[in-house]
Design a protein around this ligand. Structure first.
Ligand SMILES: [Zn+2]
Length: 336
C-alpha cells in the first residue's frame, strides 16, 4: 500500500513538469545559440577532417566525399537546397580552374533557409571545404582548422536556425549556406559564386565568412578568449557597430582588429572567400583565429582543436547572423 502511494505521487509530479515545460518554455535566440555545442562540433570535425577525406583537394575523390557529407547532412536535418540548385551542388566546369595543371570540375555545396518576411534579402554564410590534399607518399593534410573548423561551424549554425524555424522563430531574411570549393588554389569557388550568383548580388545583404576558428594564435596563449575580425568596417560602419553590439550583449569574446589594419603585411582581407563578395560592394566579416605552427601542415589535425572556444566563436557568428537577418533595417554599405 505504501509503495503504491509513493508511485502515484511520482507519476503526478512528472506529468505536471512536462505540461509546464511545453506551455511556459519560450525559446530565445540564446537558447538556439546554445544548441551549438563543442561535442557536436567535435563529432563532425573528427569525420570531416579525418583521413578518409584525403585532404579534400579540389577535384579529387576526397573533395567529393566531403561535398557528399555536407549534402547528406542538410538532407538529414531537413534544410532544403536552393530551388535553382535542387541537388545542393553548384557545379563548376573544369575550364574554370585554369590554374590547375590538369583542370577538373568541382562543386560548391549550397543549402537555403527561406526568410519569413523578407525572403528576397539574402545573408550568405560561407566557409571553404576544400584543402590541400595529400603528398605522393600518402601523407594527408587533414585541414582540421583550415577550414574544417569553419565548415563544421556552418553545420551547427544551420541546425540552430533550422530549430528556430521549426518553432516558428525562423529568420526574417533568407540565409544561404555556401560551402565553397577551390579556395586553396585561388578562391575559385567564391569567385564562381559571385560571377554566377544563385540569388542576385544586389539583394545579398552581407557575407559572413569563416576560415579557421578552432585554434589559438601562439601570441594569444595568455588570453585565448578572442577572435580576429577582418573587414567589418571596410564597407559598412553599420555592420561593424552591429557586430560589436551583438558580441557585447550575447557572447563576450575579445574582438581583435590587428589584421584589419590596411598596413598589415599579411593582407588577410584579400586572402579568403569574403573578398569576392567585398569586391562586389557587399559588406563582409571574416572570422579568423590567426595562423599557428600547424598551418598548412599535415599536423593540422582535429585532436588539436579547442572545441569549447570554437563553440563560443561559432555562437558569435550565429548571433551576428541572427541580428542581421531579423532586425528591421537591412545592413547598408554606408561607407561606399
Ligand atoms: Zn583556409
Amino acid at each position: 500500500m505504501k509503495q503504491l502511494l509513493v508511485l502515484g505521487l511520482a507519476v503526478l509530479a512528472v506529468s505536471c513538469n512536462t505540461a509546464q515545460n511545453a506551455v511556459a518554455k519560450k525559446m530565445t535566440r540564446t537558447d538556439y545559440a546554445n544548441t551549438i555545442t563543442a561535442a557536436e562540433l567535435r563529432d563532425h570535425l573528427m569525420i570531416f577532417a579525418g583521413d578518409a577525406m584525403q585532404g579534400r583537394m579540389t577535384g579529387t575523390e576526397g573533395q567529393r566525399l566531403a561535398a557528399q557529407y555536407l549534402k547528406n547532412y542538410y538532407q538529414e536535418i531537413g534544410i532544403a537546397a536552393p530551388e535553382a540548385q535542387p541537388d545542393y551542388f553548384q557545379e563548376i566546369p573544369a575550364s574554370y580552374f585554369s590554374r590547375m595543371k590538369e583542370p577538373v570540375g568541382s562543386e560548391n555545396v549550397v543549402a537555403f533557409i527561406e526568410g519569413t518576411e523578407k525572403p528576397e534579402e539574402i545573408i550568405v554564410l560561407s566557409a571553404h571545404y576544400d584543402h590541400v590534399g595529400m603528398r605522393e607518399d600518402g601523407t594527408i593534410f587533414n585541414g582540421a582548422d583550415d577550414d574544417g573548423s569553419g565548415t563544421t561551424a556552418m553545420l551547427e549554425i544551420a541546425e540552430a536556425f533550422k530549430k528556430a524555424k521549426e518553432d516558428g522563430n525562423g529568420p526574417k531574411r533568407s540565409i544561404l549556406f555556401l560551402h565553397v570549393t577551390g579556395e586553396e588554389i585561388g578562391l575559385y569557388g567564391s569567385k564562381y559564386y559571385t560571377e554566377n550568383p544563385i540569388y542576385p548580388l544586389a539583394n545579398t545583404v552581407t557575407n559572413l565568412n569563416t576560415d579557421m576558428i578552432g585554434r589559438i594564435d601562439p601570441d594569444k596563449m595568455d588570453n585565448p578568449n578572442y577572435i580576429y575580425l577582418i573587414g567589418s568596417d571596410k564597407l559598412s560602419q553599420d555592420l561593424h557597430d552591429l557586430s560589436e553590439a551583438v558580441n557585447k550583449q550575447y557572447v563576450g569574446l575579445e574582438l581583435d582588429y590587428t589584421y584589419n589594419d590596411e598596413n598589415d603585411p599579411n593582407r588577410f582581407y584579400y586572402r579568403s572567400d569574403h573578398y569576392n563578395f567585398a569586391k562586389n560592394n557587399i559588406p563582409v566579416i571574416f572570422y579568423f583565429n590567426g595562423t599557428h605552427e600547424d598551418y598548412h601542415k599535415p599536423t593540422d589535425t582535429p585532436d588539436k582543436i579547442e572545441y569549447d572556444l570554437m563553440a563560443k566563436r561559432t555562437r558569435l557568428i550565429f548571433q551576428t547572423a541572427w541580428e542581421i537577418a531579423n532586425r528591421d533595417e537591412r545592413i547598408t554599405a554606408d561607407k561606399l
